[in-house]
Design a protein. Sequence first.
Length: 161
Amino acid sequence: MATITPFLWFESQAEEAAELYVSIFENSKIQSVSRYPEGSPLPMGTAMEVSFTLDGVDFQAINGGAAFTFNEAISFAVTANTQQKIDRLWDALTTGGGSPSQCGWVKDRFGVSWQIVPTVLGELLGGSDPEVASRVMRAMLTMTKLDIAELISAGASEIAV
């Protein structure tokens, strides 16, 4: 059986990023850190590879230098069932230099893109009434951080509040 693990390339902040991520997501921890030895491309003792778990999903990160950078072509979608959780995740990921974007997307201070998505959004967009989906889509396109109450209001005929 194959195991697929997201692998993130950082210039030199892999350990710092992993520490931030495990502080944000429940059921998370750093599994291991290997460090560069003397004579390596980065200073001896710098984290080389970091293995960590975010809410039960295994990740690996490497400090590989400046050869590659993150962009929005890859992002991590995180579902949240309450506005409080959306707000907490949004604030944690934008703190220290992160930047919000449209439709629930946010880039953290390391350049990693995240989508903070309310659980109810799939229900609203995938319901049986295309008019509801259209109203919800139009509402979502006006938002940066997604607002559950506004999305539900836009699709009120589909889901009871």
